[in-house]
Design a protein around this ligand. Structure first.
Ligand SMILES: Nc1ncnc2c1ncn2[C@@H]1O[C@H](COP(=O)(O)OP(=O)(O)OP(=O)(O)O)[C@@H](O)[C@H]1O
Ligand SMILES: [Mg+2]
Length: 350
């Protein structure tokens, strides 16, 4: 399998992660890459940003991508567990059927934290292979813990290699009558009653597909933690977003290392076309003149406040490249993506 260059975008709520992810994907496609942009955010806004319908399979996006190709994907968190189990037991249809009937599985379904990210990454790994993707962009949820999923491969590897899995799966008897044996089995039987059969069965079935699990896990680790993975922190020029960014940068430094860039979105004020139009008008009343003056003053105040935040971000994270993106007056989210993509083309290193 080819190893794509991976970019993971993280940041606080509403700062433009999804827009920046889509714009970066478009920029890379225009450079000739085969790009896949995936949103693992359960809020699923990527489809709006690109103006297309998206699901758990990579869909080609109709945008002018030059020599490259652009695919997008947005798995639905509501069927995460079922999707995962289906992939895991792809070659074991009978075990799959038993698993789906297992009470423990039914209890766990949709209740496992991090399941959505895990499944979305598994689907991503497959799509990368299927579409020969050379660059991957991942849009994350607006949470301070949004990047924690990158530690899952490591955690899963420890879990799989651990004795608990071996021991629990050994409880499952090979004749299908899933009753625990020996002293430990009798004890469990007394404490848990009939549920122990389900418990042993659950791990027994999992043990059957352990190899597959390890393979999926390694694929995920390669995408997220390999030498070709970069992390981008997105912030808006506001005090709250600046604090979220500082937190995420610290978290990333602990998990994997310094982010490749800090994107400050909407940090440059647009040209004020309205001001030009109005000041050129031949007939303006005194009230209009006053209103224009107030608007101008308000716009300047905002630009100053945003400039201050950008400077403080620059000071605080002097060792991280800062990419400033303009605020764009556009009619649709897709147009914002188009314009930010142009701005990014001079910022993203080849
Ligand atoms: N630079 C920009 N100029 C103008 N509008 C922008 C810019 N960046 C983003 N927007 C608009 O702001 C809105 C929010 O952006 P987006 O959905 O990308 O943020 P987000 O960080 O992904 O949000 P969430 O935290 O909800 O996932 C969208 O309508 C988008 O089109
Ligand atoms: Mg978003």
């Amino acid at each position: 399998m080819s190893r794509p260059q991976t970019y993971v975008c993280a940041g606080g709520g509403g700062v433009g992660k999804t827009t920046a992810s889509a714009a970066l994907a478009l920029t890379l496609a225009r450079r000739g890459e085969r790009v896949l942009v995936v949103s693992i955010d359960p809020a699923r806004r990527l489809a709006d940003a690109l103006g297309v319908k998206l699901g758990g399979h990579a869909t080609a996006v109709q945008m002018d991508a030059g020599d490259g190709a652009l695919f997008a994907m947005m798995p639905d968190p509501r069927d995460s567990m079922q999707t995962f189990i289906n992939i895991l037991f792809e070659n074991e249809p009978e075990a799959l059927e038993r698993m789906l009937k297992n009470r423990l599985y039914q209890m766990l379904e949709n209740a496992v934290p991090g399941m959505h990210e895990l499944v979305a990454m598994t689907l991503t790994w497959r799509a990368v292979d299927e579409h020969e993707v050379s660059a991957l962009v991942i849009d994350t949820a607006p949470s301070r813990n949004a990047v924690d999923f990158i530690s899952y491969p490591d955690r899963l590897a420890k879990l799989l290699g651990g004795r608990a899995v071996t021991w629990l799966s050994a409880l499952a008897r090979s004749d299908g009558e899933q009753r625990p044996k020996g002293r430990a089995g009798k004890l469990l039987d007394r404490v848990l009653g009939p549920a122990v059969g389900d418990l042993a069965g659950f791990f027994g079935e999992l043990a059957r597909v352990r190899g597959r699990f390890v393979e999926l896990n390694e694929g995920m680790a390669e995408l997220l933690l390999g030498s070709r993975s970069s992390y981008l922190v997105v912030a808006a020029p506001t005090g709250a977003a600046r604090d979220d960014a500082a937190y995420l940068i610290r978290r990333l430094e602990k998990l994997i290392g310094r982010p490749a860039a800090l994107i400050v979105n909407a940090a440059m004020a647009p040209e004020r076309a309205w001001a030009q139009t109005l000041s050129g008008a031949s007939e303006t009343t005194a009230a209009m003149g006053r209103a224009i003056e107030l608007l101008e003053r308000e716009a300047e105040r905002r630009a100053r406040a945003s400039q201050k935040v950008v400077e403080s971000l620059q000071r605080r994270h002097a060792n991280i490249p800062l990419w400033r993106l303009p605020f764009v007056e556009a009619l649709s989210p897709r147009e914002v993506v188009e314009q930010l993509s142009t701005a990014l083309s001079s910022l993203v290193p080849a």
